[in-house]
Design a protein around this ligand. Structure first.
Ligand SMILES: Nc1ncnc2c1ncn2[C@@H]1O[C@H](COP(=O)(O)OP(=O)(O)O)[C@@H](O)[C@H]1O
Ligand SMILES: [Mg+2]
Length: 310
């Protein structure tokens, strides 16, 4: 056996909300209002179950069984969808909305499976088990009657390593053990009813183990931006630089599906590839011009659509 990973080895930087930086990033996300609302409601209830009881007393007295079925859902929300569509960004910033809404501190424990758990056999299992141990221990300290004094979010990002179905014949023994550790962790949090929730991000919902899927209180889907959403991002970034609506419209088109392609740019294609290229092209001698911007955008290829086969 390997030694148990320490808190610092296990998690990327822990974050505590409310946090003004998270709030700014959350506000910048486009086209995810519905996901935002649903996620903050679910997380809010986990840290403040009495809120639902108050609501029921007011609107549906005698609805105890109804409440029970809502409150007993496993504390897991799955964010699924194409790369660069805002899953990580939302998961890393929603804690701020919940903290403000419930007026308590929320702590995020971010665990990325992409960069970890690729080493020795047993590592993935050990990582997940330890991560759930920490989340459970932290959340237990915050437990209160009706309303907790704080809340914990465990973020399992880039969880594709976990998403191969247990039923798949090729699935490696070790992966299966990882899935089992994940399920055990979710079930432990659910049973102890501590103020903790798990957000899992994956590009491959269809390949996700049915036992994991079944446990999700909600599955939120993220998509590439349509033309109106691309326009919004581009306007926001390029209008202040002096580009006109007509010029921006050219970029909206150039970032859409072209030449018989199925998909257009992702949000991150626009914010992390296109815009920086436009800026660096002009820097340090010229100012940004729409003609050059278009010449840069046209040949640029969107990130290929993620092949999500089960
Ligand atoms: N819905 C969105 N609105 C605005 N920008 C976005 C959106 N989604 C992604 N982005 C941009 O793309 C970057 C990468 O997004 P990220 O959340 O990491 O994607 P993923 O879905 O792969 O986790 C963000 O930092 C942001 O700049
Ligand atoms: Mg991500």
């Amino acid at each position: 056996m390997h030694s148990k990973p320490t808190l610092d080895e296990l998690f990327d930087q822990r974050r505590i909300y409310p946090d003004i930086d998270a709030r700014t990033r959350l506000d910048r996300l486009i086209g995810v209002d519905d996901q935002k609302a649903r996620l903050s409601k679910i997380l809010g209830l986990l840290v403040h179950p009495a809120g639902l009881e108050l609501w029921a007393k007011r609107h549906h007295p005698g609805a105890a069984t109804l409440l029970d079925s809502v409150l007993r859902r496993p504390p897991l929300v799955i964010l699924s969808g194409d790369v660069g569509s805002g899953k990580t960004e939302l998961a890393e910033t929603i804690g701020d909305a919940v903290a403000r809404q419930e007026k308590i501190d929320i702590t995020l424990f971010p665990l990325s499976l992409a960069t970890r758990g690729k080493g020795q056999v047993g590592e993935m299992t050990q990582l997940l088990t330890t991560a759930f141990d920490y989340a459970l221990a932290e959340a237990t300290k915050l437990q209160g009657r009706g309303k907790s004094t704080g809340g914990v979010i465990l973020l399992v990002d880039e969880a594709d390593a976990l998403t191969q179905s247990r039923e798949s014949a090729q699935m490696h023994h070790e992966d299966r053990a990882g899935v089992n550790a994940f399920i055990r962790g979710i079930d432990r949090l659910a049973q102890t009813k501590v103020p903790a929730a798990v957000i899992m991000c994956t590009n491959r919902l269809n390949a996700l183990d049915p036992a994991v899927r079944r446990r999700a209180a909600d599955i939120l889907t993220f998509n590439r931006p349509d033309s109106a959403q691309r326009r919004y991002v581009l306007e926001h970034q390029l209008r202040p630089l002096g580009l006109s609506s007509v010029q921006i419209e050219g970029l909206v088109e150039a970032t859409g599906a072209k030449d018989g392609q199925e998909v257009g740019f992702t949000y991150s294609d626009i914010t992390q590839r296109l815009i920086p290229s436009i800026v660096l092209d002009a820097y340090p001698d010229r100012s940004i011009e729409s003609k050059r911007a278009l010449e840069i955008a046209r040949p640029m290829q969107p990130t290929p659509a993620f092949q999500d086969h089960g």
